[in-house]
Design a binder for this molecule. Sequence first.
Ligand SMILES: Cc1cc2nc3c(=O)[nH]c(=O)nc-3n(C[C@H](O)[C@H](O)[C@H](O)COP(=O)(O)OP(=O)(O)OC[C@H]3O[C@@H](n4cnc5c(N)ncnc54)[C@H](O)[C@@H]3O)c2cc1C
Length: 213
Amino acid sequence: MPQVKAAGLKGGVMYTDGQFDDARLAINLAQTAIENGATVINYLEVTQLLKDNNKVCGVICKDVLSLQTYTLHAKVVINATGVFVDDIMNMDNNDGQNIVKPSQGVHIVLDKKYFTGKHALMIPKTSDGRVLFAVPWHNYVVVGTTDTPVNYIEIEPKPIKEEVAFILQNVNTYLQSGISEADVKTVFVGLRPLVKQKGKTILLCWPEIIPLL
Ligand SMILES: Cc1cc2nc3c(=O)[nH]c(=O)nc-3n(C[C@H](O)[C@H](O)[C@H](O)COP(=O)(O)OP(=O)(O)OC[C@H]3O[C@@H](n4cnc5c(N)ncnc54)[C@H](O)[C@@H]3O)c2cc1C
């Protein structure tokens, strides 16, 4: 890691982790599902639940490209809509009791010249007490993330200026390169589907359930 600042550096710890291409994984999952008999359809939005005797027995959905609607009957309907899970739950029981408290996470993408090593860097304690990663990614380096509570769930969330500034400030503390906002090639933004619980917020997708607050 030639760009890591040497001044004040006492040492480091090396550990092994895995990395995969998330977009590729999604395509491979879809391919495997098809090979095992599934019908996989995208751009099809569930707009309403069908019920029989007060039990969900299918969905009404809309092809968002052609705007054609379809009625699909099913023995089982699984709500796996991530951060949008409350929209579907409210179709079942319109009591407005949302369970998701979204938290925005941002990664910035930089040219590889700012971090030329082949290993990823984990900064164990950022200025807000979390971890920050700089990970080689194809011909670039991805640096993040942030943890910003937000009130709105959008299909295309947008980065907040302070989030990019936070990442730059923390990464510049440890790298020599003096990276500025002008060096940011692009930004990935996502919303974590954190689940509200009395007095704390948890993320259910982690290997273990980790209390965040
Ligand atoms: C910055 C960041 C860092 C993260 N880091 C980690 C980590 O280190 N470890 C970890 O385990 N998790 C992490 N997460 C969380 C993890 O990415 C998510 O929890 C996970 O992707 C959720 O997967 P999912 O399949 O439940 O939902 P999603 O991947 O969000 O999929 C939901 C799907 O439902 C679709 N959908 C929504 N509404 C409808 C509708 N009405 N009809 C039809 N389809 C609909 C959406 O289009 C989408 O395709 C992170 C998240 C972020 C944002």
